[in-house]
Design a protein around this ligand. Structure first.
Ligand code: SAH
Ligand code: SF4
Ligand code: F3S
Length: 447
């Protein structure tokens, strides 16, 4: 059969979708780029904010029409939903989209082969699997195939932090870390098939505590040291980190490990200690600033990115001003900022003093003006510099290719596809808000 997967949400979902593709490839199915040609349509979903979840239902509506059109041509279509919306709202899915054939949460997609077999035997059933299983999906997945020069590698699942606004601990369950050897083996397979950069993933990746072969637990600093010894691997990243879990040995990795890229995503969420407390974050602003200072001492080239939520219940103008102030002080080079969204079942959804939508909107606009200005300034300041860029894909225009700098900036250069999946030195010629332009110093080939 031919399959099509649409992915919403975070890097973890991107990783999961690639692993689902590996499962389907292993079963002899093939990917297609156009949804109307797919015998299996899959949506890998995100529940982090209201809008993210609503997008699913409009996409499902369109998929149903495709299913009906294909049925007129005598073709069957299986529609499946996976990911965080399933875990949080499986009843809604069967109510609002009864034509869905199966739905599995983010921890049970390794069961897709059995599910597809059941569907082949019994037409018109709807299978819903939202168990938090005793087994680890990672033990049942086929080999991770490289999908280019950069790869995500999930080292941890779930989260125990229970920030009061956040749905993740309810959709991904408690935090579990994969054993060290499993991670290293997966990394070696990726590197042997051409991967140059690996981004270790976890919702709270810096609280990683995987076991070695003797059952002894090790932290992320240990894992990064081990990863760095892999020959052929050139770049390492890890995301997303929780500020209170930035241990001194992890900070030292930014000094000692040359493969570790000088860019760290360390979400602050708010610059007000009162709001951080109400969010149940285990750090205040002073502790956050101390961590930033230590990291900067470890590697003066290190630059930071953050996530922010505006309009959390009880946020006053003064609280918001404090967020603006600290954002400017840290001079983030990239940020992701959101209006607070009430997630059913999370504590903050029923907090009093919910902030009016209009105020949330205004605060987001003001904050984003600042954040985007800092991002633009940093990108512009790169002009004239030479940076190693890992080229990942073809650009929009013919003869153009896209890559990433060590700072995660997107860069576009003239070059043909023989430069893809290679790291090339590039002289930056200009920097805009969302990307840089540059000239490859020694291109394999230019069109
Ligand atoms: N585990 C990561 C982030 C997970 S979700 C971390 O803790 O940093 C990604 C981002 O979405 C969060 O950092 C937060 O800024 C935002 N987010 C999560 N829940 C939200 C909500 N209910 N409303 C608005 N933004 C939210
Ligand atoms: Fe959500 Fe907080 Fe866990 Fe991040 S650390 S996934 S924001 S609960
Ligand atoms: Fe969304 Fe689930 Fe990731 S809710 S942000 S896809 S962990």
């Amino acid at each position: 059969m031919r399959y099509y997967i649409k992915t919403f949400g975070c890097q973890m979902n991107v990783y999961d979708s690639q692993r689902i593709a590996d499962i389907l490839d292993n079963m002899g199915h093939t990917p297609v780029s156009q949804i109307k040609n797919a015998d299996i349509i899959l949506f890998n979903t995100c529940h982090i904010r209201e809008k993210a979840a609503e997008k699913l239902f409009s996409d499902l509506g369109r998929a149903e029409i495709i299913k009906q059109d294909r049925a007129l041509e005598g073709k069957e279509t299986i529609i499946g939903v996976v990911g965080c919306v399933v875990q949080a709202e499986n009843e809604q899915i069967s109510k609002r989209a009864p034509y869905v054939n199966f739905a599995t949460g983010p921890l049970t997609y390794h069961r897709i082969p059995e599910i597809l077999e059941r569907i082949a035997r019994q037409k018109n059933i709807c299978i819903i699997d939202t168990e938090f299983p005793a087994e680890s999906k990672f033990d049942y997945l086929p080999e991770n195939h490289a999908h280019g020069g950069c790869a995500y590698l999930a080292v941890q699942e779930g989260c125990n932090n229970f920030c009061t606004y956040c749905i993740v601990p309810y959709t991904r369950g408690v935090e579990t870390s994969r054993p060290i050897d499993d991670v290293i083996n997966e990394a070696k397979i990726l590197v042997n098939s051409g991967v140059l950069e690996i981004n270790l993933l976890g919702q709270n990746v810096n609280s990683y505590h995987g076991e070695d072969a003797n059952g002894k637990e090790h932290n992320l600093a240990y894992l990064l040291n081990k990863m760095s010894e892999i020959e052929g691997l050139q770049r390492l990243r890890y995301t997303t980190s929780y500020p209170a879990d930035m241990t001194d040995d992890l900070i030292s990795c930014h000094k000692n490990l040359s493969k570790l890229m000088p860019y760290l995503h360390l979400p602050l969420q708010s610059g007000s200690d009162k709001i951080l407390k109400a969010m149940n974050r285990r750090h205040n602003t002073a502790q956050y600033l101390t961590v930033i200072e230590k990291l900067q001492n470890a590697n003066p080239n290190l630059r930071f990115a953050s996530d922010f939520i505006v309009g959390f219940p009880g946020e006053t103008d003064q609280d918001f001003e404090a967020t603006l102030k600290i954002a400017k002080q840290i001079n983030y080079i990239q940020s992701f900022s959101f209006k607070y969204s009430r997630r059913p079942g999370t504590p903050a959804a029923v907090f009093p003093n919910q902030v009016e939508e209009k105020i949330k909107q205004q605060r987001l606009a003001v904050l984003q003006d600042e954040l985007f200005a800092m991002q633009l300034k940093f990108n512009q300041s790169c002009t004239g510099k030479t940076m190693p860029v890992l080229f990942e894909s073809k650009g929009k225009q013919k003869g153009e290719i896209f890559g990433r700098t060590p700072y995660m900036q997107t860069l576009v250069a003239k070059g043909d596809v023989s430069n893809l999946n290679l790291i090339k030195n590039v002289t930056i010629t200009s920097g805009g808000m969302n990307s840089l332009a540059g000239t490859i110093i020694n291109p394999t080939k230019v069109l």
